[in-house]
Design a protein around this ligand. Structure first.
Ligand code: NIG
Ligand code: FE
Length: 412
């Protein structure tokens, strides 16, 4: 089926030459076509151009997009969408003065979510997670990564990963699965954390690989969670099963997690709220994508990733939501893009690049997603009538999206 969009006010992120990712000054440029047309054939972007040179096209359906903008769907490369229950009581505790760390130390936080997940059936976890996935699709997300990490037992972790697998089977957008067994140390292992690492590496990881449940490996490399030595050990073990690293580093403390990730050719290093000059230096000339999660900074009132410094040093940067019950109960990429502009001083062009093509790179999807390019998947956002693309991050909190398309199908 051929669908033709005409009179598009502006078609964003049009890239003739296939780019994998954008770095430094390249991110300042967002190529667009004003007064454009776009042709979709089945699930694929077939062609586009300026209205002045619209050829004769025999389309099955023609959509007038006058005054509206089309851009590639958001590529959210870091989420924990699969979880059970919520943690709004901890949110209230934080308002009343407790810190995220204090809550975690008294058994709240990740361990609280793990307890709920273990007590919830796989079907119920699936239902709760599918609802969140549908919510973020409507907010313009057209490719997403989802982590395990609230199981923290063999049964719990496999349950989460099977839920992710079921989501992959039932939804059309690409969903990438990451094994995050090393998310927190369960209470029973508090006095012998090495035994928990052994469980993750020797028992759970081989099962995950055997059932082909994840493409990526993650670890929360942070004081009070997992050390740099743990990170090396896990990433080396995961490599033998073909799992590539996408890891949580430098959220509260810089302890060398970035360097460990780079040593293991991490696809991405995520969070980066605390960056030392040597951390920026280490990332230069690597294939590792730094990923910032500004809605986590907003929700926890912690520093924002120093995007300006990183981009001005020539680094690439991707933006993602971190959707999870504790530090970011929101999967809204539009808010993420706004926050990147408002709080991280990224330009709208940089933020849109970071949330599309660079997000796709952080999921190994930039060959098929993240830009308007002939042959790529027809995953895109059609906005309502808006004055310019800068209006998107400017009007934060306003939903400027009229409809979203996944594989050429309009999501109802
Ligand atoms: O990415 N930092 C580690 N993990 C999650 C938060 C987990 C939670 O609080 O449930 C994050 O922020
Ligand atoms: Fe996270």
């Amino acid at each position: 089926m051929k669908q033709l969009f005409i009179n598009i006010k502006e078609l964003l992120q049009v890239r003739e030459n296939k780019v994998d990712k954008l770095s430094g000054a390249e991110m300042k440029e967002l190529p667009t076509i004003k007064n454009a047309w776009l042709l979709i054939e089945d699930d694929t972007i077939a062609d586009y151009g300026e209205m002045d040179s619209l050829p004769e096209i025999n389309a099955d359906k023609t959509i007038d997009a006058e005054g509206k903008i089309i851009l590639p769907s958001w590529c959210d490369s870091h989420t924990h969408i699969v979880y059970a229950g919520n943690r709004e009581l901890e949110f209230a505790d934080r308002i009343n003065g407790l810190s995220y760390e204090e809550i975690a130390n008294r058994g709240g936080g990740i361990l609280n979510s793990a307890k709920t997940l273990q007590e919830t059936s796989e079907e119920e976890v699936y239902q709760q997670s599918a609802k969140r996935l549908e919510e973020v699709i409507k907010l313009g997300t057209g490719a997403v990564e989802i982590k395990s990490g609230y199981g923290l037992t063999e049964e719990g972790e496999l349950k989460m990963l099977r839920v992710i697998k079921k989501l992959q089977q039932n939804y059309e957008l690409p969903i990438k699965a990451t094994f995050l067994g090393a998310h927190a140390i369960p209470k029973e292992y508090k006095e012998r954390p090495d035994a928990y690492m052994d469980l993750v590496i020797e028992k759970i990881l081989p099962k995950v690989a055997e059932e082909n449940l994840a493409e990526y490996i993650d670890i929360f490399c942070e004081k009070g969670y997992f050390s740099v030595a743990d990170t090396h050990k896990l990433l080396s073990a995961a490599k033998k099963f073909g799992l590539k690293p996408k890891i949580h580093v430098n959220q509260f403390n810089a302890i060398g997690g970035i360097q460990a990730g780079i040593e293991h050719d991490a696809l991405s290093v995520d969070h980066l709220e605390v960056m030392r000059p040597e951390d920026i230096e280490s990332l230069k000339e690597t294939s590792t994508m730094p990923v910032a999660l500004p809605s986590c900074s907003l929700f926890l009132s912690i520093p924002y990733t120093p995007a300006r410094e990183m981009l001005d040093s020539g680094l690439p940067l991707a933006l993602a939501t971190d959707f999870n019950p504790g530090s970011t109960p929101s999967g809204n990429m539009n808010l993420v893009v706004s926050l990147a502009c408002i709080k991280m001083k990224m330009t709208p062009e940089e933020a849109i690049n970071a949330a599309t093509i660079n997000g796709a790179y952080a999921m190994e999807l930039s060959k098929t997603h993240g830009s308007i390019t002939k042959g790529k998947k027809a995953n895109f956002i059609l906005t309502g009538k808006i004055p310019s693309y800068t209006f998107l991050p400017y009007a934060f909190g306003t939903n400027s999206i009229e409809s979203v398309f996944i594989n050429g199908k309009r999501i109802e």
